[in-house]
Design a binder for this molecule. Structure first.
Ligand SMILES: [Fe+2]
Ligand SMILES: [Fe+2]
Length: 347
């Protein structure tokens, strides 16, 4: 079976207009790339044109795009363009992320995540089925390749932290059972919600706040120099996951998504409580014992993750407050297979 890839998306500005045009040509057709290079200085680093351009550059290292020459992945001109965009993105993230030490950064996340009302609180309490489906569409950008960015860290770690990191990854990839892979469980959830589970199906619908979350993972993942930030990011995800996942299970039940669709978040309530401990003690603790100079970057990775998640929450809640969609294009209405709502409180 062929690996599932996405179609090239519609451009969102002069940069992605030129870049999409370049990617339709064989790798090394530098004329279109020159136009992208000229456009690379413009646009906000966290805005749609730059974030979609970064997504295009990074996706070449995962599954690529349908009908795009795989040789673009290591094209020097494309890598030079990516480096310019990354410099701007990283500078912006560093400027916006408050400095903290590592235990404080992780503890603060736990407290804030429990207290601040984010999208998962809204969905658990009062959000509509349409808002839940929008949320799943945003998350599909990462969850359908869940754990893949972090896998790039493995050759960059050694000893105890590497073994512990692998133990977490083994769970993320289903412990040897494809039907238990977290990405597969998320695809099942999309199906149960009447959404398209294909990889990258909603790229054209997902705006910059979510693309920035996955792009930050890839930025940290693809630079050995940023391995501390990647570990900090992963630790932040595991620390905040169990309470958020529990709220999502409540939201899915309340909105009538059946048991098969609940498995993804239910699994994260259980598994991430264990992963959090492993990440804190064995991965972060072990890494900093061996390389204490990485502490600043571990805290930066955790803080930047919190910052980007908060921006997504602000975007979602802001749109929903005004009764508008948080997506760039509407997604189809639920398929008829979506199950009828269960009474509130039903298991
Ligand atoms: Fe997971
Ligand atoms: Fe996990």
């Amino acid at each position: 079976m062929a690996v599932e890839t996405a179609d090239l998306p519609a451009p969102r500005g002069p940069l992605t207009d030129a870049l999409v045009r370049a990617l339709r040509e064989p790798a090394g057709s530098d004329r279109a790339l020159d136009a992208a290079g000229r456009a690379a200085a413009g646009g906000g680093a966290l805005e749609d044109d730059v974030q979609l351009a970064l997504h295009l550059c990074y996706e070449l290292h995962y599954r690529g795009f349908r009908d795009v020459d795989a040789a673009w992945e290591w094209n020097p001109g494309l890598l030079a363009l990516r480096a310019r965009l990354e410099d701007r993105f990283l500078a912006e993230l560093r400027a916006l992320t408050p400095a903290a030490d590592v235990p404080d950064a992780l503890d603060a996340l736990q407290v804030e995540y429990a207290d601040e009302r984010g999208a998962s609180h809204h969905l658990a309490d009062e959000g509509s089925l349409g808002q839940l489906r929008e949320y799943l569409v945003h998350r599909s950008m990462y969850q359908l390749k869940e754990a893949d960015p972090h896998t790039f860290a493995i050759p960059r770690l050694s000893g105890g932290p590497k073994a512990a990191f692998m133990a977490v990854q083994f769970d993320e990839y289903g412990g040897g059972r494809p039907e238990r892979m977290h990405a597969r469980l998320f695809a099942d959830l999309l199906e149960e919600a009447g959404l398209d589970p294909s990889y990258g199906a909603y790229l054209d619908a997902v705006p910059a706040p979510m693309l920035a979350i996955t792009n930050a993972m890839s930025l940290f993942a693809l630079h050995r120099a940023l391995r501390g930030a990647l570990v900090g990011h992963f630790a932040a995800v595991e620390v905040t996951s169990p309470p958020g996942a529990a709220r999502m299970v409540a939201a899915l039940r309340r909105l009538g998504i059946g048991e098969r669709g609940q498995r993804f978040y239910a699994e994260h309530v259980e598994a991430d409580a264990v992963h959090e401990q492993v990440m804190r003690r064995d991965v972060v603790g072990g890494l900093l014992a061996a390389e204490p100079e990485l502490a600043g970057d571990v805290a930066f990775g955790a803080g930047a993750t919190a910052l980007l998640e908060r921006r997504l929450d602000d975007h979602l809640l802001g749109c929903w407050r005004e009764s508008r969609s948080s997506l760039l294009r509407p997604v189809d209405e639920p398929a008829e297979s979506a199950e009828p709502a269960e009474p509130a409180g039903a298991a």
